[in-house]
Structure formats: structure tokens, C-alpha cells
Design a protein around this ligand. Structure first.
Ligand SMILES: NC(=O)C1=CN([C@@H]2O[C@H](COP(=O)(O)OP(=O)(O)OC[C@H]3O[C@@H](n4cnc5c(N)ncnc54)[C@H](O)[C@@H]3O)[C@@H](O)[C@H]2O)C=CC1
Ligand SMILES: O=C([O-])CC(=O)C(=O)O
Length: 346
């Protein structure tokens, strides 16, 4: 596919709003300098995500870090004739260089699920990886916006918060669990059932990022459609099980990578737009929150020059959604507490 074609796909549809940024005055090349670092850049998500970030005209420097394999990925991506300068960093001794000066750090580092596993089964390996990466972020780019993709997100975000608190760098406005893939799936599945143009569809997804903690609010979906209770229940379940659907289809070869790269690119783009002062940038994300009694919760978030500008409330819920909300709280709280406990014990 020609670069111009790829860029135009990203501009038109893949990263909604990139075109509107251009329309709002950031012609390619005149947007502020922004460095994005991808940690885990040689992985299944990391590689296509690095490609999509290379296509984003808001990025001026792209640092690709992994424990191995990044020189090749960086050399490959660097030949694409878009704005950003690409550099690859491999091994812990180069992590500081990769992070220095970063405005946004995206973390898809860690092991993915195999069939039969829950996201929590990844905790034992990924908690340590996230903790060490966040320790380095606190040291080398304490003001960066952190986009946490590594699972279990319901625990890795609280781990990151504790690491930053210990380092004295925690700013709740700058830490995000990436739940965009849940929104992407909810939009796709809803558009199919509602026979709506998927490009016009919006669906908030709240709660967390695992099983029943993923709560799509189809009652607030637009454009509206007259779906039955059974259809809403089926859509809800499919969204909650979307990750498992992919894990099973990949049959031992990992979990969602391409759709996650797409979702991660949308969320990072929103963070960059917020930093650049573009108004009304709203995405769902798992953040420190007062929306419920839980310390972290995913809901719509308005992004701005300092990261989170406003955590938006849940709006009107149906009885079915209220039940889902109450049902998810114990599991989500226990995952949050598990992360906090790990960070403080290790
Ligand atoms: N938030 C979400 O919606 C989603 C999250 N995920 C999660 O993303 C993570 C990555 O998934 P994949 O890319 O498929 O896995 P992968 O195994 O293909 O890639 C992971 C990469 O992380 C690297 N890595 C491991 N330890 C590292 C360290 N200390 N520093 C830097 N890099 C390190 C590996 O070398 C590898 O290249 C998994 O935890 C997965 O569960 C996956 C899909 C969706
Ligand atoms: O299901 C998984 O393990 C990966 C993931 O988080 C997703 O695809 O939503």
C-alpha cells in the first residue's frame, strides 16, 4: 500500500480527528514538537502501533524501545516518509535515552494471554515489567502522559500510580489505562446490530478492562436504535468477551494486536491533541476517579494540556446497566487492591 494511501486512511478514518487537527491549524510540520515513546515496540502490538504512530503528523520524535528487536523495527519504520524521526533502543541500558523528553509513553510491554487464561493470569509476569518501566518513567520523563496497555490493566494502572507516588512524581492527570479497544469493539458490534454507519457510531464503555468489569453503555449509544433487551445483552456480552474471542481464534498465538494497535493509536492521538490544546477531546479511559467509590474507574475523560482535564460522569443508566455496574465493583476493586499491594510489597 502506498504511504500516501496509508496516511490518508489514517487521516480520514483510522485516527478520527487527525484531519480535524489539520483543519484546526496544525498543518503537517507546524504542530508542536512532540516525542512519543513506545515500550514493547518489537511485540505484536508494538510493531503495528509504532507504524501508526509514525503516520501521525502530531509526532516529531518516535522512540521505539524493547528488550530486543527494536533496531530492526526502528530501521524499517524510519524509512517511511512522514514527519517524525525514529530511533530504536534495545536493552535496559538504553531505556533512559528512549524516555528522555517524552511527552507520551505508550506501554504495550508484557506477555499476552493464551486460551483458557484470564487477564489476571498475566499479573505475575507483567506486574514486574510494568513496575520497572514506570520506575524509569519517574526518573527520565516524570511529566509524560502514560498510556498503559499491558494487562491486567485493572491492576497495572494502580501499580504505576504507586510507583509514581513512591518516586514523588505521581500526577493523576497523567496516568491512563487504555480501554479504547473496548470502545472500538462496542462501536463495531453495535453498528452491525443497529444497521448504522459504523463511522457515525459512539458508545461509552465504563468500568475496567476485563470480563464483566467492561461495561458498555448501549443505552447512550448514538445514533439511537430500537434494540431489544436480548440484543443489548448479547452486545454487552460480546463486548465483554471480545478479547477472549480473539485469544481463542488465535489459538495460542497471542491476543488482539492489530485492533489494539489501532485503538492505542487513537488514544495516543487524543492525548497529543489534548496536549496541543485542541478543545473537546473526549475518550474513555481507566483513570483515578471519583465517579464511583472505586479509586480507579474507566469513564469518558476530557483531555487537555495537562492530561486529564475532566473525568466525566456516567450519565443516565438503565436498570440493566445499573446492575452491571454493581456487579463489576467487587472484582474491579480486588484487581485494583492487588496492584497496590504488589507495588508496595516489592
Ligand atoms: N489494554 C488492552 O486493551 C490490551 C492489552 N493487551 C496487552 O498488551 C500486552 C502486550 O501484548 P502483545 O504485544 O500481544 O505481546 P507480545 O508478546 O507480542 O509483545 C510484548 C513485547 O513486550 C516486550 N517486553 C517484555 N518485557 C519488556 C520490558 N521489560 N521492557 C520492554 N519491553 C518488554 C517483549 O519483548 C515483546 O516484544 C499484553 O500484556 C496484552 O495482554 C493486549 C490487547 C489489548
Ligand atoms: O484479551 C486479552 O487478553 C487482550 C485484551 O485485553 C483485549 O483484547 O481486550
Amino acid at each position: 500500500m502506498r504511504t500516501s494511501m496509508l496516511k490518508s486512511i489514517v487521516r480520514r478514518s483510522s485516527v478520527p480527528g487527525v484531519s480535524s487537527v489539520s483543519r484546526r491549524g496544525f498543518a503537517s510540520g507546524s504542530a508542536p514538537e512532540r516525542k512519543v515513546a513506545v515500550l514493547g515496540a518489537a511485540g505484536g502490538i508494538g510493531q503495528p502501533l509504532s507504524l501508526l504512530m509514525k503516520l501521525n503528523p502530531l509526532v516529531s520524535r518516535l522512540a521505539l524501545y524493547d528488550i530486543a528487536g527494536t533496531p530492526g523495527v526502528a530501521a524499517d519504520v524510519s524509512h517511511i516518509n512522514t514527519r517524525s524521526e525514529v530511533a530504536g533502543f534495545a536493552g535496559e541500558e538504553q531505556l533512559g535515552q528512549a524516555l528522555e523528553g517524552a511527552d507520551v509513553v505508550i506501554i504495550p510491554a508484557g506477555v499476552p494471554r493464551k486460551p483458557g487464561m484470564t487477564r489476571d493470569d498475566l499479573f505475575n509476569i507483567n506486574a514486574g515489567i510494568v513496575k520497572s518501566l514506570c520506575t524509569a518513567i519517574a526518573k527520565y520523563c516524570p511529566h509524560a502522559l502514560v498510556n498503559m496497555i499491558s494487562n491486567p490493566v485493572n491492576s497495572t494502572v494502580p501499580i504505576a500510580a504507586e510507583v509514581f507516588k513512591k518516586a514523588g512524581t505521581y500526577d493523576e492527570k497523567r496516568l491512563f489505562g487504555v480501554t479504547t479497544l473496548d470502545v472500538v469493539r462496542a462501536k463495531t458490534f453495535y453498528a452491525g446490530k443497529a444497521r448504522a454507519n459504523v463511522a457515525d457510531v459512539n458508545v461509552p464503555v465504563v468500568g475496567g478492562h476485563a470480563g464483566i468489569t467492561i461495561l458498555p453503555l448501549f443505552s447512550q449509544a448514538t445514533p439511537t436504535a430500537n434494540l431489544s433487551d436480548e440484543e443489548i445483552e448479547a452486545l454487552t456480552k460480546r463486548t465483554q468477551d471480545g478479547g477472549t474471542e480473539v485469544v481463542e481464534a488465535k489459538a495460542g498465538k497471542g491476543s488482539a494486536t492489530l485492533s489494539m494497535a489501532y485503538a492505542g493509536a487513537i488514544f495516543a492521538d487524543a492525548c497529543l491533541k489534548g496536549l496541543n490544546g485542541v478543545p473537546d477531546v473526549v475518550e474513555c479511559s481507566f483513570v483515578q476517579s471519583n465517579v464511583t467509590e472505586l479509586p480507579f474507574f474507566a469513564s469518558k475523560v476530557r483531555l487537555g494540556k495537562n492530561g486529564v482535564e475532566e473525568v466525566l460522569g456516567l450519565g443516565q443508566l438503565t436498570d440493566y446497566e445499573k446492575k452491571g455496574l454493581e456487579a463489576l465493583k467487587p472484582e474491579l476493586l480486588s484487581s485494583i487492591e492487588k496492584g497496590i499491594k504488589f507495588a508496595n510489597a516489592n
